[in-house]
Design a protein around this ligand. Sequence first.
Ligand code: ZN
Length: 459
Amino acid sequence: MAGIEQDLFSHVETLFPLCRSITGEGLRRTLRYIGEHIPLECREVPTGTPVLDWEVPKEWVVRGARIRRMNGETVVDFVRNNLHLLQYSHPVDAIVTREELDRHLHSLPDRPGLVPYRTAYHADTWGFCLSHEARMALTDPAYRVEVDTELRDGSLSYGECWLPADAPDEPPKDAPGGAPGGAPGDVLVSIHCCHPSLANDNLSAIAVAIELARALARRSARRFGYRFLFIPGTIGAITWLARNRDVARQVRHGLVLSCLGDAGAPTYKQSRRGDAPIDRIVGHVLRARGLAGRVLPFVPYGYDERQYCSPGFNLPVGCLMRSPNGSFPEYHTSADNLAFVQPAALADSLALLGEIVELIETDATWRNTSPYGEPQLGRRRLYSRIGGQTDPGALPGGFDQLTLLWVLNLSDGQHSLLDIAERSGKPFEAVAAAARALRETGLLELAPPATLASGRTVG
Ligand code: ZN
């Protein structure tokens, strides 16, 4: 296993045993672990706090849960697998008939060996999840049920990692720079952290996000600020949005990350807008990998893109996955375990996010400073270097003559580098390298924001 694969997998492995939920100690311990690796501000929002149309729920405390036969033999135990307890079960200590117990059991008849993951955040009930095989074996007339839990006034926890952009008055040397007068905005990366012992959904995304944030923290220059949210699903995103309406307005690109560790190919679900820059950027990166078919349109279902893309916010936030939620038989079952997550897939997801970040950071709209006729490239030691070659192949830096000509022709203040890459069919990296070379000669300058085509540019 390569170093980065080892690092990613060890995050998944370490966090796997914890019993996370939308509130409580398992979630807090997960955030503390994340905070040992990246700068993380942990927030606590008290039970009962109104958040948008919702309210922060009571905190769920779990000490144990089991089903015992009347002779004392334990048949189902939370200690063996935390999926066994229906999340948010209220406490119970009772002897119940087989029929009464069965009304509180959840199993999967079509996958009889697997334990399902079920929640009842708002149902005020108790329940157990078990394999269908184990359920069929419960034939005694009565059982003793012990659920040692507590629903109490506490708080909802989430973590925020903020990596600011470089100060606008100190433009990064090799980056094209942002809009004059301020940083171009924020990139939001949102990861749900509320699932118990499930590896792909959601520990894979936590692991990849930790390493992505570490890489971004080390990056010599950041044109954008990056905000990582480690939050409980749905209620966490709603809580963050309720408390950060102004911050949300700064989001220029956003990604919800989930299911990034299975062997499936990467999948991108577009934002509600469908044509936001992030949709074009991730679409471009996946097409370059031959994965055009793995771009899916927005649907108001899935992960926290549901909240970020609600009509009042309508943020440019898509969702990056490998196999989409619900599309694999291991999803939300005990088979989504450590054996299901592939270290190489985790590393590939991280590499893919690296390409997406590179595009976010590099894309910009330039203007040809000599747009009347083709500028004389030979005098600037550009054309001669290419024109003399029989193969109009690469200059050092990796672009050919045609790429250079495309960049010069389309840099009219209306076309971004991504526009140029898409229209020319040239790789984005080659287009960006050509733009860098042209900028060094003074033939390109950043287009002032006023001339940018609306909605077509990064920043
Ligand atoms: Zn899930």
